[in-house]
Design a binder for this molecule. Structure first.
Ligand SMILES: Cc1ncc(COP(=O)(O)O)c(C=O)c1O
Length: 439
């Protein structure tokens, strides 16, 4: 019997998959006002489709070789020693922050009531792990234009109970991460970079996600790489890496891969907690953990997506630049700006309608949506105004004036690699037409 990997049937299925991909490619062309211009989306080619089918043929339904290969490649790419795949970016955030509460960190561990500095305007799951761990979020405002906070604001927020900083690079635009990392070092704080929207961005010529103690990534289809659902926690701190892995994998103390045993050579020789000596290490739990693993089907897609990352990031930069140049000088709109010393791998193109403009954000958004130009909010806006957070213990440092403006006046449109020059030009022409008619 032939090996299933080389069987003729297998080759045939993969060949037919390529043909099928060509058959279902949307080649309807771009029709202004009819074709949807999505704000974000996955860009999947024949090799992505083949990789998924191949993983399915192998029945790789749990985490295995492909997951490990992806983790190794992604860690190398982001210049971190360890990467741990998760089932979402939100899970990655939960694991990253929760790992800082581990007993393994001794006196440095975060304890209930400790404070974590974060940003008021952003995505909820950058902040949720703070609340979920009984810690107190300390909210600072953002700048308009970059939609990031500043190192000065973070510095002003540091108090006696501050133990960590957890901030996202806003829509691909790096925050002043070198300065914030410096502050963290000076004040003995942990820094978690939520890099979910910013893979490939640089600050001071260095990749975002390489400054903090821990960094997180999302592989949801809107993001720079996709696995459908998925995420990753990266760190170069091997102690933290083990905690992340333990928390991800039910809280277990053992680090053997599924199907492997006794890699520590003392599987039946541990004495931990109040368990009898020799209790199987595979079933010793040293953290109150979760199961947030991803599968090899997801990793298979991640691996083929990874081959295209440079092209994806280049396309995002190109689309953003084209839109930025086309809209330059349009009155009543605040256009986005890269943080000084950064080169963002943009997630979206953010527009704020001047509060004094003769038209509203809602009217402009309606006009664009009417032309099938998809828009999104800067996620939750000012989180402290969201129903989930109003009654949660938190501290606010300074005014959240800009976060409020973001809540009322800001939206974004897409720059993802699936958009063509024609589409970008149509978005720019539509914005200009609206402002000309209403300005
Ligand atoms: C900054 C940021 N962090 C975290 C997430 C959560 O990622 P996921 O959707 O994979 O849970 C998102 C989602 O878009 C995000 O924008």
């Amino acid at each position: 019997m032939s090996d299933h990997r080389t069987s003729d049937h297998r080759a045939l299925v993969l060949d037919e998959t390529r043909k099928y991909h060509l058959e279902v490619q949307n080649d309807g062309g771009f029709v202004p006002g009819v074709t949807e211009i999505w704000p974000s989306g996955a860009v999947l080619d024949a090799e992505d489709r083949v990789a998924l089918v191949e993983a399915a043929l192998d029945l790789r339904i749990a985490a295995g070789d492909r997951s490990r290969r992806f983790e190794a490649r992604f860690a190398r790419l982001l210049k971190r020693r360890k990467a741990h795949l998760t089932n979402s970016g939100s899970s990655a955030n939960l694991l990253a922050l929760t790992s800082l509460t581990s007993h393994v960190l001794g006196d440095r561990r975060l304890k209930p009531g400790d404070e974590v500095i974060t940003v008021a305007a952003g995505f909820p799951t950058t902040v949720n792990p703070i609340v979920q761990n009984g810690l107190v979020p300390v909210f600072v405002d953002v700048e308009l234009g970059t939609y990031n906070t500043t190192a000065d604001r973070v510095a002003a927020a540091i108090g006696p109970r501050t133990r960590a900083i957890m901030i996202a690079h806003a829509l691909g635009n790096p925050f002043e991460v070198a300065e914030v990392a410096q502050l963290a070092r000076e004040h003995d704080l942990f820094l978690v970079e939520d890099n979910c929207d910013a893979v490939g961005s640089t600050y001071d010529g260095r990749l975002t996600g390489t400054f903090g103690d821990l960094t997180t990534v999302s592989f949801y289809p809107a993001h720079h790489l996709t696995m459908g659902e998925g995420g990753c926690v990266l760190t170069s701190d091997l102690k933290l890496a083990r905690v992340v892995e333990s928390l991800r994998d039910w809280g277990r103390d053992c680090w053997c891969e599924p199907g492997k045993n006794n890699t520590c050579f003392k599987r039946f020789d541990y004495q931990m907690g109040k368990l009898p000596h020799g209790y199987d290490h595979k079933y010793i739990f040293s953290h109150v953990g979760y199961n947030l693993k991803a599968t090899d089907l997801q990793a298979a897609l991640g691996l083929t997506q990874l081959d295209k990352l440079d092209d994806f990031c280049a396309a995002r930069r190109r689309n953003w630049r084209r839109l930025r140049e086309a809209l330059d000088g349009v009155p009543h709109l605040l256009l986005p700006e890269a943080t000084p010393r950064s080169d963002p791998s943009w997630f979206g193109f953010v527009i704020t309608v001047d509060p004094g403009a003769p038209f509203s954000r809602a009217a402009l958004v309606d006009f664009l949506e009417g032309r099938k130009i998809g828009t999104r909010r800067l996620f939750a806006g000012n989180l402290t105004r969201q129903p989930a957070y109003v009654d949660r213990p938190h501290r606010v440092v300074g005014e959240l004036t800009n976060s409020d403006i973001v809540t009322e006046q800001t939206f974004w449109v897409g720059v993802y690699p699936g958009l063509t020059d024609e589409m970008i030009d149509y978005v720019a022409a539509s914005v200009k037409e609206f402002v000309r008619r209403n300005g």
